[in-house]
Design a protein around this ligand. Structure first.
Ligand SMILES: [Zn+2]
Length: 709
């Protein structure tokens, strides 16, 4: 999962600010808005019964049970594809089976990469070996676990390089422009880039494109260490001896298994030859702690660094090249290996419609926070709903809990499942909710705008973590923008298991968690263990319990709503805002008037339809024999925003409204194709993307009319 650092390109937050300021639209007073206790999809009578079931659910939630389960799954390092990861998967499956859920194991055969051996030493100006293992600390006994492997970048190329070092700041294209302007040659060198401002894969790819022989990525204390605050064990920030693992896969081609776009990879699936897969880095990449990195950086001379390049290590940084010369020998073990997704279902009265709540179970090391926090909260939700079912409660739609494997190598388990079960998911799933890691901090809600009002209502019904008011109050206190603006869902980018569901399948999607200033100190380190959770991220598991309550109420309401609680009128207004904003993204000519007119028409018709839905639900006229097909049409409106004209290998990211671009890997990028055309000032691409948006909105409008809008 992401450590969301500041985006390099247009940020979603900036966009929604612009939108809020530019758009004077006010929602029409509907039946629901008039009554603050009304809840989308329920009559005043039905919500009373629903709330009573929710209260019974909430009384099942147990901090002891969360803590005990968390301890069980964080005992050993459990990288995807290893026996330890299989054991965690089986623990989850068994537990949920005894909680009364129907469990399934979905095994895929995917390309994974772990280190065979990594050695790095400085040869010049003096010979000095560098430590690729985080030293252990007696404070956290897990840190001396013999199963831990050296720090590494999954999917790094194997190879041996001896070369002088060049410092390239964050390793993004504008950084290289400045290094080159200073007269420093990068070809054949080892570049050294600090973490931050983009996914590590972007840094590797940019280094490869500039002819570097290898790349070292390190955690500079300016971005990820003592300059931010007290470091481990005094505080939550990264200590100078802690490093950050991660995957280096070029996921902008497609997500999931790097060798099988659009196909759920089974043992007998035809897959790409790794030698030709565009998703795999072609140069060796390693990671270092700031302590080890300082040994090299302190030995660079050459030009002084340009503005913005100096980090927080206690000496003036220089670009090099050299005199530091480094020898790297990186031997990776990459092969197709089995992974196991665990899917557990609480069968509804209408078993062929699904509400899906997902998280992952694999971890780079112990997964104390990533993903032990999310796994424990989703497991507790499933366990408690199982207990409720044993008392006689049955949801209307089925509730499906997914525990994905191999998220860390790049959303592999969730993507393979989404690809393998594409038809079924698009027919049956009414929403996908994801959570990953979380810690004490700010409530975060992201996703597709049709679900914003729904999530607002859910969070209004769950007490705040700080004991004051509700989760909604906490969320609202954090929002940006003018005082009277409502909270918005953040646009989802990449970095967690929602991607295939939103961008490939077009399901209404939510991502829900608590964030801590965008990052945390033991992210992808040996020290992301039980100790960190108990001391820093969630002592007492109160965040986990609060989120389990949010998840439970959310999935129960989505399962039981007479008419699904989407608000496409809000979606259409968001789209109008993006279309207006696109004019400010670059100095290019755009003609978005047709799209703007279509979005306005969708807004008008959705609003009228929603008004009718609210009245018919409240009066008890609905549900009737017509609501099943209405619900299906509403659930499929999101899918109309997919452009399915290309093959998955050419166009895996099919959603024309939401996605991300290479430089905003963790943050969402609205109108991603158009934004890319604008960034490249490519007028043919802009014309093509404009047509894709128009066609998507036409499909949505046609379906909305068929739904009665
Ligand atoms: Zn994660």
């Amino acid at each position: 999962m992401r450590a969301s650092l500041r985006p390099w390109a247009i940020s979603a937050a900036a966009l929604s600010l612009v939108f809020a300021a530019a758009c004077g639209w006010q929602p029409r007073q509907s039946v629901r808005a008039a009554n603050p206790d009304a809840r989308l999809g329920f009559s005043s009578r039905a919500i009373v019964q629903e709330r009573s079931a929710e209260a019974k659910y909430t009384s099942q939630l147990s901090i002891d049970s969360i803590s005990q389960f968390h301890r069980t799954i964080t005992k050993r390092p459990h990288i995807a594809g290893t026996p330890a990861s299989m054991a965690v998967a089986e623990t989850i499956r068994k537990g949920l089976e005894s909680a009364g859920l129907e469990t399934e194991v979905h095994e895929f055969q995917v390309y994974l990469s772990t280190p065979r051996s990594i050695t790095v030493e400085m040869l010049e100006p003096a010979r000095e070996p560098l430590d690729m293992r985080e030293p252990s600390s007696p404070l956290d006994p897990d840190s001396s676990n013999p199963e831990l492997v050296p720090a590494f970048v999954a999917y790094s190329a194997s190879g041996e390089v001896r070369a002088p070092v060049v410092y390239v700041n964050y390793g993004l294209p504008p950084d290289y422009a400045k290094v080159e302007a200073a007269g420093v040659d990068i070809r054949g060198k080892i570049v050294m880039a600090r973490y931050g401002r983009s996914h590590r894969a972007v840094k590797i790819h940019t280094a490869q494109e500039h002819g570097a022989a290898a790349i070292i990525i390190y955690s500079d204390p300016a971005d990820d260490g003592y300059a931010k605050g007290p470091t481990w064990p005094q505080g939550p920030w990264r200590a100078d001896f802690q490093s950050q693992d991660g995957n280096g896969k070029y996921s902008w081609f497609w997500h999931g298994d790097p060798l099988s776009p659009g196909v759920g990879a089974r043992a007998d699936s035809k897959v790409l030859d790794p030698a030709n897969a565009p998703t795999l880095p072609r140069i060796p990449a390693i990671v270092l702690s700031s302590k080890e990195a300082a040994k090299i950086l302190g030995q660079l001379h050459g030009p002084a660094v340009p503005a913005g390049f100096q980090g927080a290590l206690p000496f003036p940084y220089h670009l090099g090249a050299g005199p530091a010369v480094v020898h790297m020998d990186v031997q990776m073990d990459a092969s197709r290996r089995p992974i196991r997704d665990i899917v557990a279902t609480l069968r509804g009265k209408n078993p062929d419609r699904w509400v899906v709540l997902g998280t992952h179970h694999d971890a780079w090391t112990f997964g104390g926070m990533d993903p032990g926090s999310g796994t424990s909260a989703v497991y507790e939700t499933a366990r408690s709903l199982g207990a409720l079912a044993k008392q006689g409660w049955t949801p209307d739609r089925s509730i499906v809990f997914a525990f994905w494997d191999a998220e860390e190598p790049g959303l592999v388990g969730s993507t393979e499942y989404a690809e393998a079960f594409e038809r079924e998911l698009r027919q049956k799933a009414v929403a996908y909710i994801n959570t990953d890691l979380f810690m004490q901090g700010h409530f975060f809600g992201g996703g597709t705008p049709s679900l914003r009002d729904f999530l607002i209502q859910v969070t209004k019904d769950v007490p705040a973590l700080n004991g004051k008011g509700t989760v909604y109050d906490e969320w609202r206190a954090e929002r940006k923008g003018p005082k009277d603006t409502e909270v918005e869902l953040a646009a989802l980018g990449s970095g967690a298991d929602f991607v295939a569901f939103q961008d490939y399948l077009g399901l209404p999607t939510l991502s829900v968690q608590y964030d801590f200033e965008g990052s945390y100190g033991t992210y992808h380190s040996n020290y992301d263990s039980r100790y960190y959770v108990e001391h820093f991220s969630d002592p007492g598991f109160h965040v986990a319990r609060t989120l389990a309550q949010v998840f439970g109420v959310a999935v129960m309401r989505l399962a039981d709503a007479a008419v699904l609680p989407y608000r496409y009128s809000h979606y259409a207004h968001k789209i109008s805002g993006f279309l207006d904003d696109a004019g400010t993204w670059g100095d290019v000519k755009l003609n978005l008037s047709t799209s703007k007119a279509l979005a306005a028409e969708i807004a008008k018709r959705s609003e009228a339809l929603e008004h009718r839905i609210d009245e018919n639900v409240e009066s008890g006229r609905w549900p009737d024999s017509s609501t099943a097909s209405l619900n299906d049409r509403l659930a499929h409106l999101e899918q109309d925003l997919l452009d399915e004209s290309g093959s998955p290998a050419e166009h895996w990211y099919r959603h024309v409204i939401y996605g991300w671009n290479i430089y905003s890997l963790y943050d969402g990028q609205p109108l991603p194709g158009l934004a890319e055309g604008i960034r490249l000032k490519d007028s043919a691409r802009i014309t093509e993307e404009t047509a894709r948006i128009e066609n998507a909105l036409r499909r949505m409008l046609a379906e909305l009319r068929q739904a009665g809008g």
